[in-house]
Design a protein around this ligand. Structure first.
Ligand SMILES: Nc1nc2c(c(=O)[nH]1)N[C@H]1C(S)=C(S)[C@@H](COP(=O)(O)O)O[C@H]1N2
Ligand SMILES: [Mo]
Length: 330
């Protein structure tokens, strides 16, 4: 997500990769013997991709490990290095620069934590984070993720389908949309001092989108609990939509009858619509969405790749939108 600039023709800030990332990548390449990250790898199976990435990039040795079963819904593409996934982040509650979350999110307290679920449901209740960790079998889902700014990553998430949680609270016949509200505590989050959007960060899905098997309630990545900068202790992941729909550090899930106005719709309605499905044919008012840069792939001379409709998940999700004009419902 980008803040409006005075110079509308300037490239998105995301195009200027911080030097630290390239420095780190060079170290990783050296550590891996130079071969593995060069871009000439054959396609790996999800399990191989995870194993090789984990070996090459390591994780946080202090992090709690999370066991998960590899999912058939994983992409076979090579995962983005752990280091990039955990140092190049958007989490505006900690500041708007890509390296603000890694610098500041250590102040986030993730225990105790609970997620309140209410609204149009027969069984409103709260879920403690330790209950969420055991509510349903954990799966490893390697998903393509596409930020509206024009970059993408491949991330080995760990979680379970949101539908597992939803069916436990029994939505009523009035429940048509689901709101996701995230933590907004100025004592822990330095970025709240700047009104980038009106806090708390709120996103929403149609109920059938939230129930879709690809929609993941996410508790970890790369075999460990979610790092704080990636939205610990629990976040949403919706891989066919722009990254900003995947709200981090969830505190509340609310079932409602009317289509909510999300935080980004409120702050910039002509730029961010309710659906926010990845769509190479519908430009953002300030830049094309036709291509993307896959972070961690190659060097500076890397060619942009074509962005795929629904971020490549057309077979699974297109039926959710049959008969809809996706230019109007952007
Ligand atoms: N609460 C909250 N959730 C958020 C954001 C944010 O600023 N605050 N940024 C979004 C955006 S724009 C993206 S691209 C993804 C980035 O997730 P990642 O840092 O884990 O890759 O988180 C999304 N979820
Ligand atoms: Mo994003």
């Amino acid at each position: 997500m980008l803040i409006r600039r005075h110079d509308a023709s300037a490239p998105p800030a995301s195009e200027i990769t911080p030097r630290a990332i390239w420095r780190d990548r060079r170290q990783l390449i050296a550590a891996a013997g130079g071969a593995a990250l060069g871009g000439a790898l054959p396609t790996l199976s999800p399990t191989q991709a995870l194993a090789s990435s984990a070996i090459m990039q390591g994780g946080d040795p202090k992090a709690q490990k999370l066991a998960a079963t590899p999912s058939r819904l994983s992409t076979p593409e090579r995962a983005t290095p752990y280091k990039l996934v955990t140092t190049y982040n958007n989490f505006y509650e900690f500041g708007t620069e890509k390296d603000d979350p890694i610098k500041h999110a250590h102040r986030l307290r993730t225990r105790p934590w609970s997620v309140k679920v209410d609204g149009e449901v027969a069984k409103p209740r709260s879920f403690d984070i330790d209950e969420l960790l055991t509510l349903a079998p954990l799966e490893e889902r390697i998903y393509r993720m596409r930020c509206v700014e024009g970059w993408s990553m491949v991330i080995p998430w760990i979680g379970f389908p949101m539908a597992e949680l939803i069916r436990r609270v029994e939505p009523t016949s009035k429940a048509r949309y689901v709101e996701f509200v995230t933590l907004a505590d100025p004592k822990q989050m330095n970025g709240l001092a700047i009104p980038v959007i009106s806090w708390p960060y709120m996103e929403a899905l149609r109920l059938d989108e939230a129930m879709h098997p690809l929609t993941l309630l996410t508790l970890g990545l790369y075999g460990e609990v979610l790092p704080k900068q990636n939205g610990a202790p629990v976040r949403l992941v919706v891989p066919w939509k722009y990254g900003f729909k995947s709200a981090k550090s969830l505190v509340s899930i609310r079932f409602v009858e009317k289509q909510p106005n999300t935080s980004w719709m409120r702050s910039s309605p002509e730029e961010y619509g309710f659906y926010s499905n990845v769509n190479p044919e519908v430009s953002h008012p300030r830049w094309s969405q036709a291509t993307e840069r896959r972070l961690g792939d190659d060097g500076f001379m890397q060619k942009r790749r074509s962005t795929l409709m629904f971020n490549g998940y057309t077979d699974q999700v297109a039926s959710l939108y049959s008969g809809m004009d996706l230019r109007r419902n952007f």
